[in-house]
Design a protein around this ligand. Structure first.
Ligand SMILES: [Zn+2]
Length: 226
């Protein structure tokens, strides 16, 4: 019933039974319960994902935002299995948590959390859709461990203590949220898209979409081969 109810006409158009079943059996972790995270959560729930885990930043285990998101999901999508965590994520318990999922969605709003999730994704070999929305700017890419560059390859010198102070404008959140949601569905359905090896940046102020081609850093401390 859930398949008929939620996946009749999603952003990919008509889906076959195989694709609907695949989405229904998929388990995704939304990491970061901010505006971007809740936007993607709503998109993916609508697409018929069967299990959705919600996690906030490492120092905010089960925040009020997570509780509200869980209540909203359970009210609107009764058949979705919703999982929340009342613990701080770290390298030890993080591995156990991420291994429960097929796909991770990085919406964290601090780089310490983002890089920890990246390390866990590479270590456990789980794809991760990465994104940022701050002020009028946003960017997104997909990290497929050992197939595409990881976050530490892309941003080797980023200050991990840095937080995205600027609140994101609604249009940037909507645009990046849609791009990340589509990439997540593509990944779950094994549809190759151009977000692989590409950082797509978006400015809602001047409507500029840019593609930055990415490459591996052979010396990367997370995924490097050396
Ligand atoms: Zn790397």
């Amino acid at each position: 019933m859930i398949k008929e109810k939620y996946t009749k006409n999603i952003m990919l158009g008509e889906l076959g039974e195989r694709e609907k079943t695949k989405l229904l059996n998929s388990k995704i972790l939304i990491a970061g319960c901010n505006e971007l995270g809740t936007k993607i959560l709503a998109n993916l729930a609508y697409c018929g994902i069967g299990t959705i885990g919600i996690f906030d930043s490492i120092n905010r285990p089960e925040s009020e935002k997570i509780i509200s998101a869980k209540i909203w999901l359970e009210k609107n999508y009764k058949d979705i299995n919703v999982k929340t965590y009342n613990e701080e994520i770290n390298k030890t318990n993080g591995e156990r948590i991420v291994r429960e999922y097929n796909l991770l969605i990085d919406c964290f709003d601090d780089y310490q959390s983002k890089f920890l999730l990246n390390e866990l994704a590479v270590k456990c070999n789980i794809p991760m859709v990465h994104g940022v929305a701050a002020k009028n700017y946003g960017h997104a890419t997909i990290i497929i461990p050992h197939k595409t560059p990881c976050l530490a390859c892309i941003f080797p010198n980023v200050d991990k203590e840095a937080k995205m102070q600027e609140e994101a404008a609604a249009f940037a959140v909507n645009a990046i949220g849609a791009i990340m949601s589509q990439s997540a569905v593509n990944q779950l359905l094994e549809i190759k898209d151009d977000l692989e090896n590409t950082l797509l940046t978006y400015s809602s102020e001047n409507m500029k979409l840019k593609e930055i081609k990415l490459s591996f850093n052979q010396d990367c401390r997370v995924c490097g081969q050396k």
